[in-house]
Every structure is written in structure tokens, then in C-alpha cells.
Design a protein around this ligand. Structure first.
Ligand code: NDP
Length: 237
């Protein structure tokens, strides 16, 4: 028997990068896992085939799709919200619609997903949102919008931890620093700048982030809630 056997899990945004590593880890730990994707159909189907997890097309920018997907998947034991957009650059150049879409995916969708899941979530359930160390520290220009969305998750998690604690449902934020994914490739143009802020000067691997998620959704973390868990090679130190 593995640590999560008998648990039903949903990962929002699981087709690539950190989300895909979380799907792999939850399945390996025995959870019955389903995950959403928006654009990466081939990657989603390949991951489903490899892991046995179920792939569901649902756009986290669309509130109705988020709520319907979480409702249909419930009652859940584990909800991991990973889907995120990383829009960086000169705020004077950004289209207002692009900023609002980032807010939809990074903030509004997690809020509505958590409320929807909590309506039916089993006692002792686990909710984890993937935030960012940029919720605490934004050490370069061009990240105001992104940092705003990741800071918002902190207040959300603290509040929901209070709302659902009586049912022993935990709500936590995992805050990675640079992680080698399509969003932030280890050999990308921001590599040297990012590493200059870090004590351990490399991008993390997605599986390292999934390891922290696995702890938070597992039986040993029953008393961990309303907290931010930074895994950033010292970016925020
Ligand atoms: P990627 O861009 O590599 O992957 C993003 C994942 O989220 C994909 O599976 C994508 O699915 C899904 N996704 C994006 N938008 C939507 C949407 N509208 N609806 C459904 N799914 C969606 O990103 P990462 O793996 O790097 O990032 C994952 C999370 O980690 C994000 O929240 C990000 O902000 C956070 N993070 C990342 C860091 C990094 O350095 N990489 C650092 C700190 C935090 P699809 O392709 O199918 O649309």
C-alpha cells in the first residue's frame, strides 16, 4: 500500500512542467488522479497514457469550466492548483486584457476551485496551490502583475485554512523559485539574473517541487495549514 492509496486527487493544469511532475508523483504514491489541461492536448494524452491518470480539457481562465470540472471530480481528497500564467515585461506595454487573463487563471480560478472543492471535500482533505517566491520577493522590474497574483494566494490560503480547519482540511501554498520548465527554461535568457539572487545557483527540477507537494498532501502533514512553503534555492533568503 502506498501513502495516498484510496485518495481521489485533481490537479488543475497538469499537462506540462511542475503540474505534470505532480501528477506523476500523486499517481506513484497511489492516488486516483485526474488533471486538467487547456492547450497541450498531445502532452496531456501522453502523460495520461504513461501514468494512468485521467486527462480533462478545461480552461482555468473560464470560471464556469473550473467550477464544473471541480464539481464533476468531487468529492475529492486532494486538490492541487498548478495552472498559472507568467506574464513579465514592461507594464506600460501590457494589454489590459492580458493582465486580467493572468488574474483569471492565477487568482480567480484558484479561489473558485477551492470553494467548489470544499463543498464536498472529504474530512482531512488537502488543498495545495502553486504560488511563487515572487509572492514574497520581486527583485527585478517587469513582474508587478505576476507578483500581485502570487501574493494574492497567500491571503487566500490563510483565510481558507480558517474556513475549513474544523473539517481538518488543510490549505497551503508551495512557493517555488526558478524551476526548469517551458515557462522558465534553465538555459533561458533570465538564467544569470535569476541565479544571481540564489544561494544554490541552479533551476529546480519539477520533481523537486512535486516532492514538497507530496509531503503536504500526505498523512504526515495533517497539522500543516495556512502556510507558505518556499522551495527556491535561497532566492528569497
Ligand atoms: P508551464 O508553462 O511549463 O506549464 C503550465 C501548466 O499549466 C501547463 O500544464 C498548462 O497546460 C497549464 N495551464 C496554463 N494555463 C492554463 C489554463 N488557462 N487552463 C488550464 N491549464 C493551464 O509552467 P510551470 O510548470 O513552470 O508553472 C506551473 C506553476 O508554477 C505556475 O502557477 C507558475 O506560476 C508556478 N511557478 C513556476 C516557476 C518556474 O520557474 N517555472 C517558479 C514559481 C512558480 P496547457 O499547456 O495544456 O495549457
Amino acid at each position: 500500500m502506498t501513502t495516498l492509496s484510496g485518495k481521489k486527487a485533481l490537479v488543475l493544469g497538469g499537462s506540462r512542467g511542475i503540474g505534470a511532475a505532480v501528477v506523476e508523483r500523486l499517481q506513484a504514491d497511489g492516488a486516483d488522479t485526474r488533471f486538467t489541461y487547456a492547450g497541450s492536448e498531445a502532452a496531456a494524452h501522453a502523460l495520461a497514457e504513461k501514468t494512468g491518470a485521467a486527462a480533462i480539457r478545461a480552461d482555468s481562465a473560464d470560471r464556469g469550466q473550473t467550477i464544473a470540472t471541480v464539481e464533476a471530480a468531487g468529492p475529492l481528497d486532494i486538490l492541487v492548483i498548478n495552472a498559472g500564467v507568467g506574464l513579465l515585461g514592461d507594464p506600460l506595454e501590457h494589454e489590459p486584457d492580458a493582465i486580467d487573463r493572468m488574474l483569471d487563471v492565477n487568482v480567480r480560478s484558484p479561489y473558485h476551485a477551492i470553494v467548489t472543492a470544499a463543498r464536498t471535500m472529504n474530512r482531512g482533505g488537502r488543498i495545495v496551490v502553486i504560488g511563487s517566491v515572487n509572492g514574497d520577493r520581486m527583485p527585478f522590474a517587469g513582474g508587478a502583475g505576476y507578483a500581485m497574483t502570487k501574493s494574492a494566494l497567500q491571503g487566500m490560503a490563510r483565510g481558507f485554512a480558517r474556513d475549513f480547519g474544523a473539517r481538518e482540511i488543510t490549505v497551503n501554498v508551495v512557493q517555488p523559485g526558478p524551476v526548469d520548465t517551458d515557462m522558465n527554461p534553465a538555459e533561458g535568457p533570465m538564467k544569470d539574473l535569476m541565479h544571481s539572487f540564489m544561494a544554490i545557483k541552479r533551476h529546480a527540477k519539477p520533481a523537486e517541487i512535486a516532492g514538497m507537494v507530496a509531503y503536504l498532501v500526505g498523512p504526515e502533514a495533517a497539522m500543516v495549514t495556512g502556510a507558505m512553503h518556499t522551495i527556491d534555492g535561497g532566492f528569497g533568503a
